[in-house]
Design a protein around this ligand. Structure first.
Ligand code: CAA
Length: 258
């Protein structure tokens, strides 16, 4: 599949989707978000793919929603036509793991899109920020909700109100990203991480993702009950039989197709 604003690669069971509007720092416009939804759904249902990586360029994961496209929008255009809601959140419907690999600027809607990934790995060049206030609007793709959950209220308010960018080290320290990698090694290492996950049973990866996401939507006891149902239902599945027998037989498990 060919896209205008995305580049696609596959590495075994890992699919890499690269945001690609280099002249505009990967500013996120309607076409790119429509294409991103299409690509994500295509890989989610592709049995040859177990893990998806979402990335940008060395300069920018994405510098936010496309300001040139938005500048003359009015309430009618945004509310009635459901701007953001119409095509930004397809990523949340993807059942397989999605890793965000962030280098360079990751700002505004770019940071919000990154935070919709399951986890983030940053290049040491990454800079995260929510500068929407400087262009006269609030964040519109979850920045006021996911950022405080990711890094706590004080840091989030600081970033949202002052537009201060945080670097990769601060992003790791605050828990926004899981690892920081030298920029020149980012994709090699993220693909290796994704391949490690892709060797696990995809059925269980899907369940873990679904259960972890419950942690942000429900109470602790309901979340634990939700997890327990997956755990009990796992017994007798091919993945459980293969995983536990491989351990006892001191061999590497083979979760191909599981
Ligand atoms: N929208 C549209 N175009 C953008 C853009 C954006 N968000 N960010 C960068 N660009 C364009 C610039 O206009 C410029 O285009 P031209 O060469 O045609 O002039 C090109 O990308 C390169 O950018 P700069 O010349 O500005 O590069 P720089 O290195 O000097 O600065 C930057 C880089 C700090 C990322 C700066 O471009 C910047 O501040 N960008 C805007 C960041 C921003 O405000 N993001 C929030 C957008 S609102 C939003 O995202 C709403 C939401 O919550 C959904």
């Amino acid at each position: 599949m060919q896209y205008q604003d995305l580049l696609i690669e596959t590495h075994g069971k890992v699919a890499v989707i690269r945001l690609n509007r280099p002249k505009a720092m990967n500013a996120l416009n309607d076409n790119m978000m429509n294409e991103l939804g299409e690509a994500l759904y295509a890989f989610d249902k592709d049995p040859a793919v177990n893990v998806i990586v979402l990335t940008g360029s060395e300069k920018a994961f994405a510098a936010g929603a496309d300001i040139a496209a938005m500048v003359n929008y009015d309430y009618q255009e945004t509310h009635t036509n459901n701007y953001i809601g119409r095509n930004w959140e397809h990523i949340l419907n993807v059942r397989k793991p999605v890793i965000g690999a962030v280098a360079g600027y990751c700002l505004g809607g770019g940071c919000e899109l990154a935070m919709m990934c399951d986890f983030l790995v940053a290049a040491d060049s990454a800079k995260f920020g929510q500068p929407e206030i400087k262009v006269g609007v609030t964040p519109g793709a979850g920045g006021t909700q996911r950022l405080p959950r990711a890094i706590g209220k004080s840091k989030a308010m600081d970033m949202l109100l002052t537009t201060r960018m945080i670097d990769a080290a601060e992003a790791e320290r605050t828990g926004l990203v899981s690892r920081v990698i030298p920029a020149e090694k980012l994709m090699e290492e993220v693909v290796a991480i994704a391949q490690q996950i892709a060797e696990m049973p995809v059925s269980v990866a899907i369940q873990i993702k679904d259960a972890v996401n419950q942690a942000f939507e429900t109470t602790l006891s309901q979340g634990v009950r939700y997890e327990r149902r997956y755990f009990h239902a796992g017994f007798g599945t091919p993945a459980q039989r293969e995983g536990m027998n491989a351990f006892l037989e001191k061999r590497k498990p083979n979760f191909e197709g599981l």
